[in-house]
Ligand binder design. Sequence first.
Ligand SMILES: Cc1cc2nc3c(=O)[nH]c(=O)nc-3n(C[C@H](O)[C@H](O)[C@H](O)COP(=O)(O)OP(=O)(O)OC[C@H]3O[C@@H](n4cnc5c(N)ncnc54)[C@H](O)[C@@H]3O)c2cc1C
Length: 402
Amino acid sequence: MINQSDNSLKINKSIPDFSNTEIAFKGKTNTELNKAYWLFKAINSQLITKLGASATNFFLRIGAPIVPLIKSTIYAQFCGGETIVGCEKAIDKLAIGGVGTILDYSVEGEQEERSFIETTEEILTVLRKSKNDLRIPLAVFKPTGVGRFDLYVKVNNKETLSVAEHAEYFKVKARFNQICKFAHDLDVPVMIDAEESWIQTAVDDIALDMMRMYNRDKTIVYNTYQLYRTDKLASLKAVVYLAATDEFKLGAKIVRGAYMEKERERAAEMGYESPIHKDKEATDFDYDEAIRFCMEHITQVSIIAGTHNEESCSSLIDLMNTYRIERNDPAVYFAQLLGMSDHLSFNLADSAYNVAKYVPYGPVKAVLPYLFRRAEENTSLAGQTGRELSLIMKEKSRRSKA
Ligand SMILES: Cc1cc2nc3c(=O)[nH]c(=O)nc-3n(C[C@H](O)[C@H](O)[C@H](O)COP(=O)(O)OP(=O)(O)OC[C@H]3O[C@@H](n4cnc5c(N)ncnc54)[C@H](O)[C@@H]3O)c2cc1C
């Protein structure tokens, strides 16, 4: 990742030290560090997080002026700003540390054709901005940002569509194509996020079409593979072989998966076998094997390792050494979310690996579902908040002694 603010290009070729909090929090003032400390402390309290969503929705409904409070706390930690221009400060801060930005328009839960068109336009604007801006190496979009959830479900289940639904789905696919073609013409890679398993086959089919069309010479389109699913390692491997025989490059964002509780609940309610691995070890095993397999087939695959797991980052570094892959090879990116795991992002970037962070943006009320997910994830994931808190405390103590 090229740091635009520093032309001297000091490249540190040592192995990243993830315990180096000075590098991790270089971009944070003492005040910002303190704010992050109190925020993660609050998130750590399960009660506050659980009450948070319903209390926030209640206060918003009765018109209580809580937007400024959200904006200066949880929103400031996990989001870049309300608009692309509003994200400039966040983009610059990341670039100074050698970390790229992935502008993530995070408005969720829309159901109307009008909003799908607006979201598509917004993603095209992001792609236009990314072109010629080395601070923004990748773009991203969510399938449900450009199409109706229930329609994907019907297509996924191979249900018969009405004429109107056929026409509607034709438009959804046209939007995927509009985004991926534009990304191809501008030469800006774009990722397609993965969501619930019960729409994912429909999304995978479109993503495969896009990769066949636009990944002929290089990787432009990346689909997402959730390795908490029992079937995803096999399907990832199959697509790697397909890419070889059909002569296209596979773009694979490799993640563990964010919808575990929801997936399990639905499977239990509806009486089918959960598509999610039975335990964390099984997910980790498939995640590791997916990364290893991609490294072994690096001429055919480009990956983006979307993870906050330190061990996963370290073992990817080892694999890059084993397969003699350069740190700045565009076929390997590490990616994290804004406001989380800065110890990974900035230390990796400092050692000259390709790193980028999702920078979610959008009006405060519209990104609330994203923020609640972050808060819940930080509460429910074993150790995540503890990890963030202890790193922040370590840096506070280092600064106080410096
Ligand atoms: C840049 C980026 C992009 C992302 N994009 C997507 C996306 O498009 N779609 C998506 O779904 N998620 C996405 N995620 C979220 C991701 O899937 C994980 O939820 C999150 O990163 C936590 O996993 P981890 O590898 O960071 O860490 P870890 O803490 O090592 O792993 C936690 C994850 O392990 C799995 N897990 C935990 N407990 C169990 C259990 N008992 N049984 C089975 N599995 C278990 C779950 O997937 C859980 O999220 C993205 C994350 C990042 C950083």
